[in-house]
Ligand binder design. Structure first.
Ligand code: NDP
Length: 251
């Protein structure tokens, strides 16, 4: 946990970083923070109006001009990820980082009642889509001198919890994918791969999962950004295959 990390103002200068789910919640805050530290950010998500709002906020703050890449992990195919890699290659020539942040909660419900279509939808958005997107983008990451892949986990991706169903299983799969890829990259390429658990954070997803909770007791997306910046930038060089937390455990 690097919640007290003080990033240099130019931490991500000249870096090209992709953020998924960049239109809302933690992804939006991370995209703004990456841009304000110098990165050219590719904003990926499924709701174009929300991506445009993030885009406008980056422009208004005087950050490097971002790019918008509309994509819905639910419907996207293997071919779409290949096309995406081609487009990004033409436009940027390389990629210095991916924050895999987009995520779907599904339903908090006893496993016995879990709807199979919803289960597959959650696995598609949280695991399969990001996996094939990562495969397609590896050639671009290999063009970078120092690339960071951040996969978003959760407390329930490290210890299963009753009623969390596909979401919990998808985050365990995310941890597993991270370990496989990190082990393959180790010492072969300057690409580090780690998971980051944001911890309880004041967003729409958290509100849906804990409707009775006092949101004011939670950290905001802005509060947890130091760890997001540390892990994306050069100060985390050498950190590979780790399961990290963005905030200390709540007492
Ligand atoms: P939000 O629900 O606020 O944001 C999720 C983002 O993912 C949105 O931008 C959403 O787009 C995007 N998204 C969802 N489905 C798709 C899809 N099919 N294709 C493309 N984009 C999609 O959630 P948070 O900001 O809270 O969560 C961010 C990450 O952090 C997630 O991976 C979540 O699992 C994880 N996390 C969050 C915690 C918390 O307390 N908030 C705790 C632990 C983990 P749109 O807005 O257009 O729907």
């Amino acid at each position: 946990c690097k919640i007290d990390y003080q990033p240099a103002a130019d931490l991500l200068n000249e870096r090209i970083v992709l953020v998924t789910g960049a239109g809302d919640g933690i992804g939006r805050a991370a995209a703004l923070a990456y841009a304000s530290h110098g990165a050219t950010v590719i904003l990926l998500g499924r709701t174009i109006a929300k991506l445009e709002s993030t885009y406008d906020a980056i422009e208004a703050a005087g950050g490097p001009q971002p790019a918008i890449f509309p994509l819905n992990f639910e419907g996207a195919t293997y071919r779409d990820y290949q096309d995406m890699a081609e487009t990004l290659y033409q436009e940027f020539g390389r990629l210095d980082g991916i924050l895999h942040n987009a995520g779907l909660l599904g339903r908090i419900t006893p496993f016995e009642q879990y709807n199979p279509e919803l289960w597959e939808q959650v696995m598609q958005v949280n695991v399969n889509g990001p996996v094939w997107m990562t495969q397609a983008l590896l050639p671009l990451l290999k063009e970078s001198a120092d690339a960071s892949i951040i996969l978003t986990s959760s407390g329930v991706g490290r210890k299963g919890r009753a009623y969390w169903g596909a979401y919990s299983v998808s985050k365990f799969a995310t941890e597993g994918f991270m370990e496989v890829l990190a082990d393959e990259m180790d010492n072969q390429y300057p690409i580090r791969v780690n998971t980051l658990n944001p911890g309880a954070t004041r967003t729409q997803m958290r509100r849906t999962a804990f409707p009775g909770e006092d949101a004011n007791s939670l950290r905001t997306p802005e509060d947890i950004l130091p760890t997001y910046l540390w892990l994306m930038g050069p100060d985390s060089r050498g950190t590979n295959g780790q399961k990290l937390d963005a905030q200390p455990p709540r007492s």
